[in-house]
Design a protein around this ligand. Structure first.
Ligand code: SF4
Ligand code: SF4
Length: 357
């Protein structure tokens, strides 16, 4: 079996520290809400970090959720211990705590005092239903000149979005630098401002995954021939991703809880090294990386007509969710293991293998 390129190449550990969130956004890929209860403690987070460090060089740690500040002191303790160890930490938050100037300043100060390196604020039309966009404005302004390496507004937008890049430039920061996933993944960095911080709007399109699975197609940007392009996934297994139950995921592109393909084990119950040794020899994970989820979904559809394929997709994570959450598709593919392994081998040897019925 060939070695796969790109495994753990990003040196990143992303931990979804809770699935609890004061919001219940209609497009939430993690399907978080106030009713959810799962959270990690700081000692569990630190244990996961030490395991990850033993497995690979960790260049940065990202805390996401749900809403990470639901962890209260456990979050700040975890940021502190990882920062003191010399690894930069980023928190992704919806700014629900930025309700007035006083609370906002106190929270930003607490983040910096705990050693937080980068803060990401989430904003879009669906967030705005639950969290006033003024919170993001307040939090962004309070975060300026505080010594962060990066202050980012992550904005998802579609053709009819009100809260989009234009809105951010008009209402938050006309000088904000703009990035999008293609730039991020190519490793190009934006330039720090004179105070040393990179101020950035990270713009991406809506993805109809998780709770957003049934978003109307006129609210997203569809690429009608995406499934035919056999786009391989460069992100699968490229970083360590752990959810709030300790489940180790192959990526953070879609919800991995309950996903039998992308859930690879549990970091609270076994060594991460064992999880990765198993995952890198898993035929479906290898195939998503080399052949792409579209190739696999078409193969499944060609063998079982009940497998559902949508007319258009916004990105390959949507294709991947359709692939990995349909029992019929997984059953077909588990019977075609040898054929898939042979296609992986041929692709790595630069031979094109057409999908045949
Ligand atoms: S998208 Fe973010 S803010 Fe909205 S429910 Fe999910 S975790 Fe909470
Ligand atoms: S295509 Fe699949 S494996 Fe790759 S990032 Fe998206 S959901 Fe994850």
């Amino acid at each position: 079996m060939e070695e796969l390129e790109g495994i753990l190449k990003r040196g990143m550990l992303t931990i979804s520290v809770t699935n609890k969130c004061p919001a219940r956004c209609a497009h939430c890929l993690a399907e978080s809400s106030p009713d959810e209860r799962t959270t990690l403690t700081s000692s569990k987070i630190e244990g996961i970090y030490l395991q990850a460090k033993a497995l690979t060089h960790i260049k940065n740690v990202v805390f996401t959720g749900g809403e990470p500040t639901e962890l209260e002191d456990d979050l700040f303790n975890a940021i502190s211990s990882i920062s003191v160890d010399g690894t930069p930490v980023r928190v992704v938050t919806n700014a629900c705590w930025a309700t007035d100037e006083q609370h906002t300043k106190a929270m930003v100060t607490k983040f910096r005092e705990s050693g937080l390196d980068e803060i990401n604020y989430s904003l879009d039309d669906y967030h705005a239903i639950w969290i006033p966009p003024e919170n993001v404005i307040r939090a962004y302004r309070a975060s300026r000149c505080q010594g962060f390496a990066g202050v980012v507004i992550a904005v998802a937008e579609g053709p009819k979005s009100r809260y989009n890049l234009e809105w951010i430039k008009k209402n938050v920061d006309p000088e904000i630098q703009v990035t999008h996933p293609d730039i991020q993944y190519s490793g190009i960095q934006n330039t720090p401002s004179p105070d040393g911080t990179v101020y950035q709007a990270a713009v991406h399109g809506y993805s109809r995954v998780g709770r957003g699975h049934r978003m109307r197609s006129d609210l997203v940007v569809l690429r009608n021939n995406l499934i035919d392009m056999d786009v391989p996934c460069p992100e699968i297994l490229d970083q360590i991703y752990i959810d709030s139950e300790g489940t180790v995921g192959a990526c953070c592109g879609i919800r991995i809880t309950g996903n039998s393909v992308l859930s690879m084990g549990n970091a609270l119950q076994e060594e991460l090294a064992d999880v990765y040794a198993r995952a890198t020899s898993d035929v479906l994970l290898r195939a998503i990386h080399v052949l792409g989820p579209g190739w696999l979904l078409k193969l499944a559809k060609s063998r079982d007509d009940t497998v559902k394929v949508r007319d258009g997709y916004t990105n390959i994570c949507e294709v991947c969710e359709d692939l990995t959450t349909q029992e019929s598709a997984i059953n077909v593919l588990s019977r075609a293991r040898e054929e898939i392994e042979s296609a992986i081998h041929s692709k790595l040897a630069n031979v094109t293998i057409p999908v045949s019925a």
